[in-house]
Write a protein that binds this ligand. Sequence first.
Ligand code: NI
Length: 174
Amino acid sequence: MAIRPIVTYPDPALRQRCVPIEDPTAEDARQLAQDLAETMYDAPGVGLAAPQIGVSRCIVVTDTAWREDGAERDLHVWVNPQFLWLSDETRSFEEGCLSIPETYVEVVRPVAVRLRWQDLEADWHQADYDGLMATALQHEFDHLDGKLFIDLLNPLRRRMLKRKLKKQALREAS
Ligand code: NI
């Protein structure tokens, strides 16, 4: 297992569309899941998608129960996930992203989701989620399509935020 460097905005790796994992039981898929989990816990964060460590493959890990004391872990691995349904009802939630450090903004998304995904045994599952898990899953699965939460803001807020992120990047480079 290894903690991998997290790719940050505006790295083009974050804009790639991921390819499905053909054999979730393969050693490289298992290794990728472990590296994602270890990197997420180290960061720390509640979710991490493969593009965030520079790998364009359809796999995400989440742990929305986890807190920094590590007392209560609830690791989920989502391979080749697809939404089957998104609720019409939406809610606004303050989101952050390990690939866009120190940026927290209110994002509006469907409040509930239904999805299917594979586990590392290649078995398919289907379930409904709401609350923080529904938000985290939408945020993470967007990464697999090369989308970022800043894309969901209205044009004015998006422009302001992009300007801020550009300044931040220049400051770090100098
Ligand atoms: Ni993110």
